[in-house]
Structures are given as C-alpha cells and as structure tokens.
Design a protein around this ligand. Structure first.
Ligand SMILES: Cc1cc2nc3c(=O)[nH]c(=O)nc-3n(C[C@H](O)[C@H](O)[C@H](O)COP(=O)(O)OP(=O)(O)OC[C@H]3O[C@@H](n4cnc5c(N)ncnc54)[C@H](O)[C@@H]3O)c2cc1C
Length: 402
C-alpha cells in the first residue's frame, strides 16, 4: 500500500490520495467547467460571473490551487503529484483558471526571483485569486523566436525607478490582469545577447494600456498591450538585471511541460468523443466503428496518446528532480502539440460536419492544438534545439564500432 503524508494545507500526498484528488478534479471539470465552456469562451461580464462561481465551488470542494505552495495558501502538491492531476484539470482550457492553478508559473517565478517587497505585496493574493497576472515577451515588430531583438526599453531613473516604453502582443489574459511581467532591454542595443531584464508592472500604472484584442480563430483571450513611459519601482525587477533569459528559460521549461500535460488531457477528451461517435453513428452497414479506415484513426490516435504520455512524464520527473530536461521538454512539447492536433483532426473527421459545427468541443480543441505548435516557441525551435544537443553528444563521443 502506498504511503500517505499530509502537507501543511491538509491535502494528503501519496499514490492513493493523488488518484482520489484526480478523480475529484476530473468530476469537477466534466460536470462544472465543461457545461460552462461556451459562456467562458465568449468572454465579457457573463463569463466573469461564471468564472467567479466556478472558483467559489473549487474552494468549497477543497480543490483550489492544488499545485501552489501551502505556505501561501495553496494545496502544496509536489510537481510530480500535480502532474497526475494536470491532465484531468487541463481537459478544458478553462480548468486551470477555474481551479486556481493558472498562476503557478508566475508564483514560482516571483517566489524564486522576486525581491522581498514583491513577494510580500503579491504572492498570497495571486494564490488566493484576488489578483491575476500575465506575461509579456512577444512583440509585434520582431520575431518572438529571437528575444535578443526585443524593442521594449526600460531606463533607470536617478531615483531608482524604471521607466518602460514598448508594445507587446499575444499577451494572454492581459485584459483581466493586475500584474504583467514585461521583458525589456535595460542595457545594450537590439541584438545584444545580454542586457535584457524582467520587470513586474502593475497594470493600473499610468501609461499602461490594453489595446486590440487578437481573436484566435474567433476565440478571445489574447491582447496587445502598450507601455508609454510606465514607471515601475526599482524593487519590481524580477531576477538580476540583464538575466531575464535565464529566469524566462526556467519558467518556459516548466510552462511547456504543464501545457503538454493539459494538451494530453484535451487530446484524450477528443479521443473519447471520437470513439463514442464511432460506435453510435450507424449507417445501413452498421456503426462507423466497423469501417477499417475509421479503426485506423482510432489506432493512430491511441498510439499518439500512449507514446506522448510517457515522454511528458519523463520531462516532469527530471524537472521535479531539478535535473537538466531540455531534450525531454522539447520532445514532450512537440509530441503533445502534434498529438492534440492529430487526435482532434481525426475526431473531427469521424464526426463529419458535426465535428466542425457548434455542438461539440472539437473546434475549440483543434484551435488549441493548432496554436500549441506555435506558442511557447514553435515546433521548429524545439526540433533544431533537441537535434543539436543530441548531435553534440556524438561529436564528443564518436565510439560506436563500425
Ligand atoms: C495562443 C497564444 C498565446 C500566446 N501567449 C503569449 C503570452 O502570454 N506571452 C507572450 O509573450 N507571448 C505569447 N504568445 C506568443 C508566442 O510565444 C510566439 O508566437 C512564439 O514564441 C513565436 O513567435 P512569433 O509569433 O513572433 O513567430 P516568429 O518568431 O516570427 O516565427 C514565425 C515562424 O518562423 C519559423 N521559425 C522561426 N524561427 C525558426 C527557426 N529557428 N528555425 C526554423 N523556423 C523558424 C517558424 O515556423 C515560426 O512559427 C502566444 C501565442 C499564441 C498563439
């Protein structure tokens, strides 16, 4: 029998306890979040009301912020334990926000790299869901894949405060955020490989403006933001001056892994919809499930799911152990994004026109799968980075006998 420990928040740890929590989260997402997805997707005041109600329910059912540190009011699960739950939570794009896990990356970043004032002002409120945060690296006028070209500029004034000017886009959740972490050049000139820093900007600051919304295949949530000489206190720098990419890299590694878990949850949901449709949709020759070409879709989708899941959990295990996981995170991210796109595409095919229409979650799942191949670094970046790493090991050790 698995051993069981308790965290200070009262959430039991251990394999059986994690399975129990996973079942509870699965039920919460299926019965409470999924029925409200259409309202939440549409945004606006109705979505805000639905989200508040879901968050209230999550708290009352003991499922709030499971992965966030117990000393800040979260559930205190380890990364390995949360990984068992994240797939179920992420089966809906709205799961992490409804269940209070969405700020995990920001909370970990601020706890590790924020100064005492930042930690005191914001951490507990982020975990409690009283304030929200977002993250702004990508800019409209330079390739996001080349952060050294960042145009946004921060200048330090004699009083120690920073003045930030620039534009960002595809800043997820910016319209509802109270805080945004901004990547800005503090030293050197565009193209330099150092001189970039991260600054935490309260969105209520004068000169901060949320601009256009950038609907993604019709869905909201992505925004342009503008900073016009926004003043930020000197102690709102995150990490050391000029060390932004080390902090961002650490954050991205975990972020890509968490997203991969959530994409697996969504791919599994598309797979379930596909199989259910195949067995009930019946023509004069019997159910769709009887056609070998339909069975091919089922096999290929299952193979994609079953081969991707261990890759993602391998990345989790390495990150949890504090070990280098660049290769494993790269493999996991590309595999999970491809799997989500492949499985939702197959599920849409088996549904026929219904798969493109408004009656299933498939269009939304497909949209996430398509975006997955670009956000947090497009496929090409991970493919070349992993391949280069592997090839370097052969340059160092050409030992295979001919
Ligand atoms: C849904 C969504 C949410 C996002 N949320 C955020 C957010 O919250 N905060 C944020 O800062 N950003 C966010 N982004 C932006 C995202 O991180 C960038 O889109 C991504 O890093 C790629 O940058 P880019 O769009 O500027 O593409 P570019 O850098 O212009 O690249 C375009 C294409 O060129 C090709 N390419 C680029 N480099 C290489 C290479 N080395 N080798 C081969 N081909 C290459 C690839 O096909 C790539 O897709 C989000 C994007 C999406 C779609």
């Amino acid at each position: 029998m698995a051993s069981t420990e308790r965290t200070t928040s009262g959430h039991p740890h251990g394999a059986a306890a994690t399975q129990h929590l996973r079942a509870q989260v699965e039920g919460f997402v299926r019965n409470r979040v999924v029925p409200r997805e259409r309202v939440l997707d549409a945004g606006g005041p109705e979505a805000g009301g639905a989200l508040s109600e879901l968050r209230r329910l999550a708290r009352s059912e003991g499922l709030w912020a499971l992965a966030l540190p117990a000393e800040l009011g979260g559930g205190g699960l380890t990364l390995a334990a949360y990984a068992e739950i994240a797939e179920a939570e992420g089966a809906s794009d709205h799961g992490p926000t409804a269940l209070g896990s969405a700020p995990l990356l920001d909370v970990r970043m601020l706890a590790r790299h924020g100064g005492p004032r930042v930690r005191e002002l914001y951490l507990e409120r982020l975990v409690a869901g009283e304030i929200r945060s977002c993250y702004a690296m990508t800019e409209p006028d330079v390739p996001g894949t080349d952060p050294f070209l960042t145009v946004t500029q921060a200048e330090q004034r004699p009083d120690g405060n920073w003045s930030i000017t620039g534009r960002k886009w595809f800043t997820s959740g910016a319209a509802d955020a109270d805080l945004v972490t901004v990547l800005a050049r503090t030293d050197g000139t565009a193209g330099d490989r150092d001189g970039l820093s991260l600054l935490l900007v309260p969105t209520a600051s004068p000169g901060f403006r949320v601009g256009r919304e950038l609907p993604l295949f019709g869905a909201g949530g992505q925004w342009e933001i503008e900073l016009d000489r926004v003043t930020v206190p000197g102690d709102h720098m995150i990490g050391e001056r000029g060390q932004a990419l080390a902090v961002a890299g650490e954050r991205l590694q975990l972020g890509r892994t968490l997203r991969s878990l959530r994409w697996l949850g969504q791919a599994q949901r598309a797979f379930d919809l596909m199989c259910e449709r195949a067995v009930v949709r019946t023509g004069s020759r019997g159910p769709l499930a009887g056609h070998q070409l339909v069975q091919q879709h089922v096999f290929d989708a299952l193979l994609a799911l079953r081969t991707t899941r261990p890759l993602v959990h391998e990345a989790v295990a390495l990150l949890d152990a504090g070990r280098d996981a660049h290769t494993e995170v790269g493999l996991a991210k590309v595999a999970a994004a491809r799997t989500l796109q492949q499985v939702t595409d197959a599920a849409i095919q088996i549904h026929g026109a219904a798969g493109l229409g408004p009656d299933t979650a498939l269009p939304a799942l497909f949209r996430t799968g398509r975006a997955a191949r670009i956000l947090d670094g497009p496929d090409e970046l991970h493919i070349t980075s992993v391949a280069r790493r592997i090839l370097r090991t052969y340059e160092r050790n050409p030992v295979t006998p001919r």
